[in-house]
Design a protein around this ligand. Structure first.
Ligand code: URA
Length: 442
């Protein structure tokens, strides 16, 4: 087999065999195919697409280019299940979802990512906890998942190395935006945790990776079909990202919101709806519940009984954080020196949010990154973000800014105001969950 023959077949619109795809992916990892050949292959897929069996083969080949967790000898008493989100602003769902599903009998080995650009990253949020180690060795990771039910950690170089090289070439050859390639890229990394079930949160709207509903649906449906084709019971939700999901954006600010959600101090209704809907799908897909009502009942009980909060605390401690983090989070989370309200110029209803720009306010405060190697300030960000439909005036701010100094707060205040549109009457509200796609519904 020659790489150029495989590229030619894809260029001419042919369907590749699993053997051809495996050969090409081995070349990506081992260096047998050149950067130019990878770029040409990506462009051929970009224009001619891939049939579902090709997408499954590409996903599996990229997943098998690295280590895949094996749980056989752990004798787990429940299913191994996870969630992945395409990313957004104020999306702290993973922080609560992992412990909630663990409290219902699932095992959640969550390998999470960092924030880049306007979107936040779960790992950065956890790094606002002193001592939390996002890079335990594999034995510790699996032991913590077995003992506690959940561990949320970072990606290692052993996970899907083919995707790492492939993605870096796609990134500079205008070929990221291809549904078959995105599907294989996301799933090759996610499925390497040895999952039995998965739920995918595909965000849609002006703060999402896919801004348009039809494209979000195409990605969601591709992921559901390919993951099920790879033997993992998977469904997808399409959820709204036309505004911040919760009350806060940033790292320590979102961590504070997550702990307060788990202990029942406050639950933003939109964040609660998305969290519950994703958790319910995880219970349904993994057989921990037979109906949506049963799933909701179990999840509410996991919250009300304090079990989910307790599991969160145990996970934090097992990964090096303080033993009393849940009880004393205010003592441990870093606080910004300047915390100021931003008021609208005239009273009215919040009617529109430029969500990407809102996320970029956090970046300009220092809480996000524009390059993967940037360091970040965990204390800064936003809280009390006014949702669409809320009335704001000189008492109710658009948000509170948490900044390192007055100058940063003043700049963020201008950017924040520019990202929010106002109206005199109550605007129409978008749904929070647009669609649920399962293998039987697509
Ligand atoms: N996220 C990924 O992990 N891969 C892609 O190709 C796009 C988004």
């Amino acid at each position: 087999m020659l790489p150029q023959e495989i590229i030619k077949a894809k260029r001419d619109g042919k369907t590749l065999s699993a053997e051809q795809i495996q050969f090409f992916v081995k070349g990506i990892t081992g260096g047998g195919v050149t950067e130019g050949q990878i770029a040409a292959f990506a462009m051929a897929v970009y224009f001619n697409g891939m049939a579902m069996p090709e997408r499954v083969a590409l996903t599996e080949a990229m997943m098998n280019s690295g280590s895949v967790l094996n749980w056989d000898h752990f004798n787990l008493q429940g299913p191994i299940v996870d969630k992945h989100s395409t990313g957004g602003v104020s999306d702290s769902v993973s922080l609560m979802l992992g412990p909630m599903v663990a409290a219902c009998g699932g095992y959640v080995p969550m390998i999470a990512g960092r924030g880049l650009g306007h979107t936040g990253g779960t790992l950065d949020k956890f790094e606002s906890i002193p001592g939390y180690n996002i890079q335990p060795d594999q034995d510790d990771f699996q032991r913590i998942v077995k003992e506690i039910g959940v561990a949320i950690i970072g990606q290692t170089a052993h996970i899907a190395p083919a995707d790492k090289r492939f993605y870096s070439i796609r990134d500079v050859t205008a070929t990221v935006d291809s549904i078959p390639l995105i599907t294989a890229s996301i799933l090759s990394k996610k499925l390497s945790a040895g999952l039995e079930a998965l739920v995918m949160d595909v965000k849609t709207g002006n703060g999402a990776f896919m801004t348009d509903l039809d494209k979000s649906r195409a990605l969601a449906s591709s992921i559901v079909e390919v993951a099920n084709g790879a033997g993992v019971n998977t469904s997808a939700l399409i959820t709204d990202m036309n505004q911040a999901l919760g009350d806060t954006a940033g790292n320590a600010t979102e961590m504070r919101e997550a702990v307060e959600y788990l202990i029942g101090k406050r639950r933003n209704p939109r964040l609660h709806e998305v969290t519950m809907a994703l958790c319910a799908q995880m219970l349904l897909r993994s057989g921990l519940a037979q109906s949506k009502d049963e799933a909701d009942g179990k999840l509410q009980d996991a919250l009300n009984s304090g079990r989910a909060a307790e599991i969160f605390g145990k996970m934090v401690h097992a990964l090096g954080g303080p033993a009393d983090f849940v009880e004393s989070y205010e003592r441990y989370l870093p606080k910004a020196p300047v915390i100021v309200p931003v008021f609208a110029d005239t009273p009215g209803y919040v009617s529109h949010v430029a969500t990407r720009e809102l996320g970029l306010v956090v970046v300009s405060l220092g809480g996000g990154r524009t390059n993967p190697s940037d360091s970040i300030d965990h204390a800064v960000g936003l809280s009390d973000i006014a949702p669409i439909g809320s009335f704001v005036d000189h008492d109710r701010p658009l948000a509170m800014i948490h900044a390192r100094d007055e100058a940063a707060a003043a700049m963020a205040s201008v950017e924040l105001k520019a990202s929010i549109g106002m109206s005199e009457s109550l605007p129409q509200l978008d749904p929070v969950v647009y669609e649920i796609l399962t293998k039987d519904s697509i």
